[in-house]
Design a protein around this ligand. Structure first.
Ligand SMILES: NC(=O)c1ccc[n+]([C@@H]2O[C@H](COP(=O)([O-])OP(=O)(O)OC[C@H]3O[C@@H](n4cnc5c(N)ncnc54)[C@H](OP(=O)(O)O)[C@@H]3O)[C@@H](O)[C@H]2O)c1
Length: 542
């Protein structure tokens, strides 16, 4: 069985954490089918009495043999001497790689028979260090790396828990510094460390990255499922020239943006990758942007809760983004590092509605005429509402009624809009609006009803923001909520004969506009829509 060469492309190694030999063998075959280059057999997970030899004998891929003690995040409570002897036996049994903790290297020697083997086929020694509770400083990383190299290791592995996205930068710097010399694995653990598992292909490249077959079978926090790494992040196409994009927000774990953008980059054969950037604390945005710009960041989407705060970290703002007071898209100039902010939410919502009202008109044209003299009712006064309201006013709608549970926020938004355009602006509480519309004597004609509250969003899918009877057939109903795709509001509106537009339309269009801003290309919008629909379909089935 060939031992994979290091340093050319980053290999995908899937951790096998089964309790029985039979399951471990099945999992190794599953890993091979999924596209793994090698497996890490975590023999410390095997139940007592199960045969590790059987697993090694039946491996379908090159194997890293690991028998991790409890103090390094494993399950083995054997004493160090016994454990080291077991690792030596695994080497004699023919595994391609053995992983030995740095702390045990004073006990471990490669068996003599192995030392005599030809260098191209003999088993390789991975010497590893894990910091499960905290990130390591630059000085600590350098010291540990030097200590590992001094053991005569073939491959150096350092894994550390990340508490901040910027912690990954020290791992990237280590991989860049050691590129072309000792094959190195440098991994950030936990959700903050996840980007290092993808960017292992860019920096160095690292010798390998670890994946899991499923979240339940992960051997360390933050491992991606192998399908996710290969299919969603296009791991095989990443290399040192890959440029980096991502979505900055909190939470971002279930964001659909990586899926839609990586898919679009792949379709257009662009050497870009799009990652989830978890930034909890707005005070860390500047440092994150400064750090990641040095490591290939060329653009980002911005989501809750940073659409306003991010503006402090930018050098320039597009005019409409400035008026709205919120940015959902950043472009980083590759030469100067200057950052410009845009907002693509407003045009996404307005285009989705305008093009439904005026089908067949060229993209962007409908928005100039479709809203004129119309009465738009916007439910909500939060972040999405702000962008939509500015868009509607920007496109010259006749009257905009902003309706919100908290009347003060509706008034404040109307106030902010008043210097722009000639639109008549009204602010109402949700309660007053519903009362007004229920009563035929006070009811107003509504041409377009746009929901930008979170009412109706999963899991409270049976709730509607307004009573059904106020939905009249001449009214177009838009819902920004996209999970579920057809909210209860939309299904009632359809039943009453209204035209409807769902939140997927807005989501896809804001992403497509981002794609164009970043690449200068027309976005593959239909394929982007299909991937979102496919993902949401899967979500609904879960
Ligand atoms: N399709 C897209 O591309 C897209 C883009 C952005 C957002 N969205 C969706 O739009 C929705 C709003 O997002 P956002 O960023 O604007 O959130 P946000 O800033 O938190 O605003 C939430 C809005 O919903 C109202 N609201 C929440 N719960 C309510 C309830 N039980 N009864 C009445 N009103 C309620 C809030 O009213 P108060 O002011 O009274 O709290 C506020 O106006 C979410 O479902 C989001 O997923 C979709």
């Amino acid at each position: 069985m060939p031992v994979s060469g290091a340093g050319i492309r980053c290999l995908i190694c899937t951790s096998i954490t089964a309790n029985s030999a039979e399951e471990a063998i099945a999992d190794m075959y599953e890993a091979r089918r999924a596209g793994a280059d090698l497996v890490e057999f975590r023999a410390d997970y095997l139940a007592e009495g199960e045969s590790w030899e059987r697993v090694v004998d039946q491996r379908p891929l090159p194997m890293v043999f690991t028998y991790r003690p409890v103090c390094e995040g494993g399950l083995s409570d054997m004493n160090d001497h016994e454990r080291v002897r077991l690792l030596q036996r695994a080497v004699q049994h023919g595994v391609e790689y053995v992983d030995v903790e740095l702390a045990n290297m004073d006990l471990f020697r490669m068996p003599e028979s192995v030392q005599l083997q030809d260098a191209s086929t003999r088993p390789r020694l991975i010497v590893s260090y894990h910091s499960f509770t905290r990130p390591l400083t630059e000085a600590e990383l350098a010291e540990i790396y030097t200590a590992i190299v001094a053991t005569g290791a073939d491959i150096c592995k350092i894994a550390m828990m990340c508490h901040d996205l910027c912690d990954n930068a020290r791992l990237f710097a280590l991989l860049k510094r050691t590129a072309g010399s000792k094959p190195t694995i440098a991994i950030g653990m936990g959700e903050y460390g996840q980007i290092s598992r993808v960017l292992a292909a860019k920096f160095g490249p690292a010798m390998l990255t670890f994946t899991t077959l499923s979240e339940a079978r992960a051997s360390a926090p933050g491992q991606f499922r192998i399908e996710e790494l290969i299919d969603h992040y296009r791991f095989h196409s990443l290399n040192p020239d890959t440029t980096v994009y991502g979505v900055i927000g909190a939470p971002v774990r279930h964001s659909m943006s990586p899926r839609i953008h990586n898919h679009a980059f792949g379709l257009c054969r662009l050497n870009h990758v799009y990652l989830p950037f978890l930034v909890q604390d707005g005070s860390k945005l500047q440092k994150f942007l400064d750090t990641m710009t040095q490591f290939g960041l060329r653009g980002a989407s911005v989501t809750i809760p940073h659409k306003q705060r991010i503006m402090e970290c930018l050098d320039e703002l597009d005019d409409v983004a400035k008026q709205i007071g919120a940015v959902n898209t950043i472009v980083v100039d590759p030469l100067t590092g200057r950052r410009k902010g845009y907002n693509t939410d407003w045009q996404a919502a307005v285009d989705a509605v305008s093009e439904t009202l005026m089908p067949g008109i060229e993209q962007g044209q409908a928005r100039l005429t479709a809203l004129q003299r119309r009465h738009v009712v916007l439910l909500g006064a939060g972040g999405a509402a702000r962008a939509i309201a500015f868009g509607v006013v920007h496109c010259g709608c006749g009257k905009l009624t902003i309706v919100n549970r908290t009347l003060e926020r509706a008034r404040s938004l109307a106030n902010d809009l008043s210097p722009f355009g000639k639109t008549e602006l009204v602010a109402l509480s949700l309660e007053d609006f519903c009362q007004q519309q229920r009563n035929p004597a006070t009811r107003e004609r509504i041409d377009i009803l746009m929901n930008s509250t979170s009412i109706g969003m999963h899991p409270d899918v049976n709730v509607v923001p307004v009573p059904e009877e106020i939905l009249e057939p001449h009214c177009l109903v838009f819902d920004a909520v996209y999970n579920p795709i057809e909210t209860r509001l939309l299904s009632l509106a359809k039943r009453r004969g209204c035209l409807t537009v769902d939140g997927v339309e807005m989501f896809v269009r804001q992403a497509a506009a981002q794609f164009t801003i970043w690449t200068g290309l027309r976005a593959p919008a239909q394929e982007m829509r299909n991937i979102v629909l496919q993902e949401l379909g899967q979500l609904a089935r879960r």
